[in-house]
Write a protein that binds this ligand. Sequence first.
Ligand code: ZN
Ligand code: FE
Length: 252
Amino acid sequence: MKIEIIPCLSDNYSYLVHEERTNTVSIVDPSDFSTCDEKIKKYNKLDYILNTHHHADHIDGNLKLKKKYNSKILGFGLDKLRIPGIDISLKENQKYKIGNLEFEVIFVPGHTKGHIAFFFRKEKIVFTGDTLFSLGCGRVFEGTHKEMFESLNKLKSLPLDTKIYCGHEYTKSNLKFCLAYDKENNLLKQKEKRVEDKLRNNLPTIPTTIEEEIKTNIFFKCDDPSIKQLLNLKTASDDKVFSKLRDLKDSF
Ligand code: ZN
Ligand code: FE
């Protein structure tokens, strides 16, 4: 499974997935037709388009790509009216094969009501859209904070060495927020240098891993006593801590 990261628009990532054995070409969240097509052209085919959610910056390439390559568009059934050109309506926990690659649908509502992540268990790769970012998580637009918290927990429970490919390059600003509330975290400080190096060289900070996020992403540390204390939420439940952190991040 070969993954090519395609930077689109100002800070989006689309991902081109090539499965070499059956020469199956897929794209996750095509933000923009022309930018994505520049990369697809070399294969002269696009079998599948996978959408994590219905927002414009994740689906704008759908119809033009489908028209050019006669691709099949896969999205969550609940959002079939909001995902342009959808051919295959996926269900929660459904397994689906693209060429030799099998993914599982993880239902992760919160950012939107029908948001899903694509988990390739064998390859240990997950595409998380705008639910989980490197050092952050998406804004809660359509769901509740509790839903978002539970969705993040589903992702947190994936194998530690799972690689995370997310929808945006937000790592640097996320890192600033994490540092503001998790000051003593040495791993976070070490990560700051690596992130700045990559960005200076115009490289993506993606992928990250579940293990790295558990150690550094503050939204994965809602059960951490020192963070609870700092927020004056010593006895609060973890999901209340999540809500507080998400609110603080919204106005950070
Ligand atoms: Zn979005
Ligand atoms: Fe987005």
